[in-house]
Design a protein around this ligand. Structure first.
Ligand SMILES: [Zn+2]
Length: 485
């Protein structure tokens, strides 16, 4: 018998409580939880910043600090109306200067502040739960009124968009109506970060595979490596660390998420299929990144001989300038293989299109998987483009080495796999984000970026997200239900 002593990890804090929940008696019959924001900011900064602000998008605050707090309360209310718990959820929150440059910035971060295992009514023994969920399951405040007993910690970037060295011109949009235009929608970011704090994270290290203090997390019961058919809970540290690097191979097995995948995600995964007499070991399907320009993949499947563009002394082909006569002869009516680098993806595709190519495959110029998407716009592009990993590019070029000026014997087919949901595996289970190399803070504890429509809990905040955490728009609440909410 194991002693059933709740274990807790805590940290020091102090501050002022500000109610942000649905605490009225009339609401108790509905799904509801009370969420409070604990303002940790000092006088004159963060939530207390006195800079005057004009009302925006339903946010009637009259100072920057007030508007920040109202946005926090709004996001907390969305979660509070979705969750059910008899126990108040407390978010310790602050706005602080976080990492930024002129072109990139950390928006914020959040996670469970206290975690527990082997508490009363824990569904799985010897397993970490975030405190907000542990309190719900236990039906009591496990921290017992501890002044450091908050559930979630949230920190946000106080300088975002307001200074030349911190994404100038792109501050948080503080309106509540999601009408953010080119700005970063704070309510969306908050819904995402609160999601982590409520339980959308494993406490096991994805980089080493080591469980936190030797105890697995509730997440580890639901993460399956498709290449080994093993759950994280049944792996050793090395196996977990390896599975965290297998692109589009780690899936969530919880029944709520899997049941909702067909109601949330679209059918069709972008793909590159290679065949032909010279295909060799490259024959078969390859992971691809899709382009934001050109026609959507799958509207028409594009098939043809794959031919490399060669315009550099080292044998690579950047296609940053109009193609030479030889390169144009090679790609005309065929699919061009070009290398990433020097100019934009759209410029490469446009040059290939002008030379008569019917499609483009861009080989990455840096190691890593899966291949990322390609941004850019050019309304005059009419042919599809996909991006493959550097490793796939090298393998394809090796098969193209013995080609004629117009034929390679390697056939490329650009299209979509209609037998699969975008963001799920062949069995309809949602994919977790497992890039190689490992991305600290992003890997494992997010959905894969291939998900479409975009999901709240992808590692980056997409501009088209709605303020929803439930079906048919999102899978976040389903995952939380899988772990016990
Ligand atoms: Zn996140």
């Amino acid at each position: 018998m194991t002693a059933n002593t709740p274990f807790k990890l805590g940290r020091l804090a102090a501050g002022l409580f500000l109610s942000a929940g649905l605490a009225t008696a009339a609401m108790q019959a509905e799904a509801a939880a009370t969420i409070q924001i604990l303002n940790l900011d000092g006088a004159g900064e963060g939530f207390n910043d006195p800079t005057p602000a004009a009302p925006v998008g339903g946010n009637a605050g009259t100072t920057l600090g007030e508007q920040r707090l109202i946005a926090f309360q709004h996001a907390a209310d969305i979660w509070g109306a979705t969750l059910t718990s008899s126990q108040t959820i407390i978010i310790r929150a602050s706005f602080d200067p976080l990492t930024c440059t002129a072109t990139t910035a950390v928006l914020g971060s959040a996670g469970a502040y206290n975690i527990w295992y082997d508490f009363p009514n824990a569904a799985k023994a010897g397993t970490w739960y975030p405190q907000a969920l542990a309190n719900k399951l236990a039906g009591e405040d496990l921290s017992g009124g501890d002044p450091d007993g908050q559930d979630i910690q949230a920190r946000f970037n106080s300088r975002l968009g307001l200074f030349a060295d911190c994404l100038p011109g792109s501050p948080f949009y503080l309106g509540l109506d999601n009408n953010h235009g080119p700005l970063v929608d704070l309510v969306t970011v908050l819904l995402h970060e609160f999601g982590h704090g409520l339980g959308f994270q494993t406490f096991t290290s994805g980089s080493t595979g080591a469980p936190f203090f030797g105890v697995p997390s509730i997440w580890d019961h639901y993460m399956l490596d498709n290449t080994t058919s093993k759950l994280w809970i049944d792996m050793n540290d090395a196996e977990r660390a390896a599975s965290a690097l297998k692109a589009r191979s780690l899936v969530w097995t919880g029944t709520n998420v899997t049941a909702s995948v067909p109601n949330v995600l679209s059918v069709g995964v972008p793909r590159l299929t290679i065949s032909g007499p010279a295909a060799g070991a490259t024959a078969g399907d390859h992971l691809v990144g899709a382009a934001s320009f050109g026609p959507p993949l799958g509207a028409v499947s594009v098939t043809g001989q794959l031919m490399p563009v060669v315009d550099q002394a080292n044998g690579t082909g950047l296609a940053c300038n109009p193609l030479s006569a030889n390169n144009a002869l090679a790609v005309r009516g065929r699919i061009a293989l070009v290398d990433r680098g020097t100019c934009t993806f759209a410029v490469k595709t446009k040059n290939a299109q002008n030379a008569g190519a019917i499609g483009v495959v861009v080989a990455d110029n840096a190691a890593g998987s899966p291949p990322a998407g390609m941004s850019g716009t050019d309304a005059t592009i009419t042919i599809p483009t996909v991006r493959v990993t550097q490793a796939d590019g090298i393998a394809l070029k090796a098969q193209l080495a013995r080609r004629s000026r117009t034929t390679s014997g390697v056939i490329a087919d650009l299209g979509v796999n209609l037998g699969q949901y975008a963001g799920a595996d062949a069995n309809g289970r949602a994919l977790l984000f497992t890039p190689n190399p490992y991305q600290s803070g992003s890997s494992v504890s997010h959905w894969d970026t291939v998900a479409f429509p975009n999901l709240l809990m992808e590692p980056s905040i997409n501009a088209d997200l709605l303020h929803s955490v439930i079906v048919p728009y999102d899978l976040t609440f389903d995952l939380l239900q899988d772990i016990g909410w």
